[in-house]
Design a protein around this ligand. Structure first.
Ligand code: CU
Length: 159
């Protein structure tokens, strides 16, 4: 009986997590391209664990490499980096902290600014009454998901 209950709660939590995730199109309608200011794009956005980054670009023109801070600074590509290459690459942010992404084609990182650094936060913010920006509509589902997840984990504890 209690096992069924736990499975039910786990499903609920998983559903809440999927509801609360935000999908960011890197560069918005410009996509992943040459000479775009990705630092300006990332400014004012808050990234949370579970959110997704989508890199859109014409197949074969670019790629996406997840690198460390040093490689990011120097646009250094090592063969150990897994390249995402399908032109509609979805990256799920799995852990908090700084994440660095660069294009590994030609000198796109070095000369054409194809580099993105973001900071991923571990938890959704509490809704603030002073929030009047356009992003406030994103806060509600995130908070809802978090509350459901919290109740879910409390129930698992009680079972
Ligand atoms: Cu490129």
């Amino acid at each position: 009986m209690s096992r069924v209950y736990v499975i039910f709660i786990a499903t609920l939590v998983a559903f809440a997590a999927s509801v609360s995730a935000t999908e960011y199109i890197v560069g918005d309608e410009s996509g992943w391209t040459l000479d775009f200011d990705y630092q300006t794009w990332a400014q004012g956005k808050r990234f949370f664990v579970g959110d997704k980054l989508v890199f859109n670009y014409p197949l074969g023109k670019h790629n996406v490499l997840r690198v460390n801070g040093t490689s990011f600074q120097q646009c250094m590509i090592s063969s150990s980096n897994d390249a995402l290459t399908n032109g509609n690459d979805v990256v799920t942010l799995l852990s908090p902290g700084r994440k660095w992404y660069i294009c590994g084609v030609g000198k796109h990182c070095e000369l054409r600014n194809m580099k993105l650094v973001i900071n991923v936060e571990s938890m959704s913010p509490a809704p603030s009454p002073s929030t009047t920006s356009g992003s406030s509509n994103l806060v509600i589902p995130k908070t809802y998901g978090f509350v459901v997840a919290l109740i879910g984990s409390l129930l698992i504890f009680l079972v």
